[in-house]
Design a protein around this ligand. Structure first.
Ligand code: IVH
Length: 681
């Protein structure tokens, strides 16, 4: 295709894709199927691959376009990002309104805009001539962190403003990054499976997801951006908060449809109660209602104090609490053997969720609150999705005797230990079926060994039937064994056997995830696999070497030393080393691809072709890209020569790219390479 023709089509595709993104992520009203969308997206990727000079940073293909950062740069907000004063009670809200009318020397009702108070991470997006240039966290209000690459991955953040109309010269948009409750729960389930700690609430999860050094992690989380305010701007005319919201909506931002105008404080109270009613039915968490004076002229007259505007207030909701009865106290045994007491409750609705169980954290907490079976208790869900028991209701019928942690493991009856300085009791029996089941489920999960058909029920049967005593036994299961299981059809048994066989060639990083090392999740495992390339090298690495690898990749800057220690300790443990030996003997691949890395069929576009990767790739690691090439029948080389067929140039490609140009070797952008791969990645 001619360059100018390509440029026209690229522009057309970008607008079209941008519009579908908007309809899907902002309006919740898609016009095309995912498959139709993919066709457009692929065409754009292909064209951009053929014409790398036409790739622009605001192209939809570039949402996940940046390499992991070392650390975030500080940026100064053009206008400070203020915070809000709180009102906790109706009296305080009324006092706020009375104060404003006094200050304005006008006793007539003030027009307010009432908005939900989103419980997420506040952020600012800077658009110059309609193109998203920068994005930052609020930080201390004056300086924030530059998280542009991460914010770009959020689909409801427009990369380019408006549709055709002339965009403002400058527009700073402020709003909240949120993780819907469903996404939060899913994320925590995955984290638990990996033996990582849960996020305490959707807000922490949104903040943690947005402040990732690797934008690929942010991209994988279903974050949303709701706009609610402007910073500096040039080229828009607005006279009220209501007009600001309308303008934002017209420019393609998502704003809350729970926003309304109120005439005077009585109306505000009505809106507050109505919002509180809806609270539990919303897909995301809100912790109050923000009340803003509508007219900007009045806002200017009122000004600010102590880094908060005088013209707005956050009217908080009380935490949601209910009383119910403890029908029993069970003890859960986690994958790492930790025993957690859990209150089994008479079901009760708290903040829209039916609560049947609430954590009691640990035995010290149970003793401190003196929770007994049969007690009436107050349960709470305040910004926290894991319900907890707040206190026992005194003065009513109570349970007779204080609760005691069982002296032995409720699953295996084995001894339970509690180490100096730890609150947790653990089952010390590594073969404890409760721990083993959790371990097997984790091992087989999609991000680990990806053994389809080995789910919870199958695991229960295999562990209870004595077929699996550690995860390596999975590889010794025979079809004949499986057919002994209850109601397992020949076909299902065969499917499981096949899935187990396929899992032997999972990439090294998946094996690392599968081992279930505390703190070693997927992103970290990828870093380790890239750096050490074999399990042997990783097993023999010192804590310092591991820490260094993590530091260089910018992974987990805060937890680095803890994580490195946890990994090194894991591999020093003789039992773990033995398990790895057994897995290897069973045929599980323990190094980066030498042969067929990822199950795939030879593809004529790749077969016999030599690829060299240079620079940083955005959507996958270099190792993964090499694995894919090999699996499709190609070869991956480290240096460029006349025999090289393709050089794939990522971000900051250097001398290899220059050499490729010298030798006339075909150079592909990452987008071009991905387009060649199609859906095989
Ligand atoms: S307006 C000058 N509107 O609350 C006005 N803030 O304590 C400042 N927030 O940092 C912000 N929902 O993260 C505004 N509808 C809303 C909001 C909202 C949540 C957060 C925001 C801010 C904090 C202020």
């Amino acid at each position: 295709m001619q360059e100018d023709e390509a440029a026209r089509r690229i522009d057309q595709l970008r607008r079209e894709i941008g519009r579908h993104n908007y309809l899907y992520y902002v309006k919740d009203a898609p016009e095309v199927s995912d498959a139709e969308y993919d066709v457009l997206f692929r065409e754009l990727q292909g064209l951009e691959a053929e014409h790398p000079d036409l790739v622009a940073p605001d192209s939809p293909t570039q949402r996940v376009g940046a390499a992991p950062a070392e650390k975030f740069a500080q940026v100064r907000h053009r206008q400070p990002m203020l915070s809000l004063q709180n009102a906790m009670t109706e009296g305080e809200a009324r006092a706020f309104d009375a104060r404003l009318r006094r200050e304005l020397r006008d006793d007539r009702p003030i027009e307010y805009v009432c908005e939900p108070k989103f419980d997420g991470l506040s952020a600012e997006l800077v658009y110059e001539s309609g193109v998203l240039g920068a994005g930052a966290t609020r930080g201390d209000g004056t300086f924030g962190e530059d998280i542009t690459a991460n914010l770009k991955t959020i689909r409801s953040v427009p990369l380019r403003l408006g549709n055709g109309a002339t965009p403002p010269k400058l527009l700073e948009v402020r709003g909240e990054v949120l993780l819907p409750v469903a996404g939060f729960e899913e994320l925590n389930r995955e984290r638990e499976m990996r033996g990582e700690s849960r996020f305490a609430n959707p807000r922490n999860a949104a903040a943690g997801s947005t402040r990732q050094l690797d934008p690929r992690i942010t991209a994988a989380r279903p974050l949303q951006f709701f706009a609610y305010a402007l910073g500096a701007f040039d080229g828009v005319r607005v006279e009220s908060q209501w007009e600001i919201l309308e303008t934002l909506r017209a420019l393609g931002f998502r704003t809350s449809d729970l926003t309304l105008r109120a005439q005077g404080i009585d109306d505000v109270m009505v809106a507050y109660r109505a919002l509180m009613e809806r609270r539990s039915t919303l897909p995301f968490e809100i912790d109050g209602m923000v009340v803003k004076v509508n007219a900007i002229a009045l806002q200017v007259r009122l000004g600010e104090i102590a880094r908060s505007p005088r013209w707005a207030i956050a009217f908080k909701f009380p935490p949601e609490r209910r009383v119910t009865v403890v029908e029993g106290i069970e003890v859960n045994v986690g994958r790492t053997g930790i025993l957690t007491p859990v209150a089994m409750l008479r079901p009760v609705a708290v903040a829209g969720v039916i609560v049947r169980r609430a954590t009691l954290h640990n035995e010290d907490e149970v003793a401190r609150k003196d929770v007994r079976v049969q007690d009436s208790v107050v349960v709470q869900r305040a910004g926290d999705v894991i319900p907890e028991v707040v206190a026992v209701v005194l003065g009513v019928l109570r349970g007779d005797s204080p609760w005691r942690m069982p002296p032995s493991c409720p699953s295996c009856g084995g001894p339970v230990t509690r180490e100096e300085g730890e609150v947790a009791r653990r089952c010390a029996n590594a073969a404890c079926p409760a721990q083993l089941k959790e371990h097997v489920i984790h091992f087989a999960s999609r991000r680990a060994m990806d053994i389809e058909h080995l789910g919870e029920r199958m695991t229960d049967q295999l562990v209870d039937g004595g077929f699996i005593k550690d995860v390596a036994d999975i590889y010794h299961l025979r079809k004949a064994d499986l057919l002994l299981l209850e109601r397992l059809a020949d076909k299902s048994a065969q499917n499981l056997v096949d899935a187990i066989e396929r899992s032997k060639s999972r990439p090294l990083s998946a094996v690392v995830v599968a081992l279930g090392i505390r703190h070693a999740g997927e992103a970290l495992a990828r870093v380790l696999a890239d750096r050490f390339t074999s399990i042997d090298a990783l097993m023999d690495a010192s804590e310092d070497e591991i820490r260094e690898a993590l530091r260089r990749e910018g992974s987990d800057a805060e937890g680095g030393p803890v994580v490195a220690k946890s990994i090194a300790t894991f591999f020093r443990n003789e039992r773990n080393r033995e398990l790895i030996r057994r897995l290897r003997e069973a045929g599980v691949r323990m190094e980066h691809a030498g042969g067929a890395a990822v199950a795939g069929e030879a593809d004529p576009a790749f077969a016999g072709k030599t690829f060299v990767f240079t620079g940083t790739l955005a959507v996958m690691t270099r190792e993964r890209a090499q694995d894919l090439v090999i699996s499709l029948g190609g070869k991956a080389a480290g240096s460029v020569s006349r025999k090289t067929h393709f050089v794939v140039a990522g971000e900051e490609a250097g001398s290899k790219l220059a050499k490729a140009r010298d030798l006339g070797v075909t150079v592909l952008s990452e987008a071009g390479f991905l387009a060649m791969l199609g859906d095989r990645r």
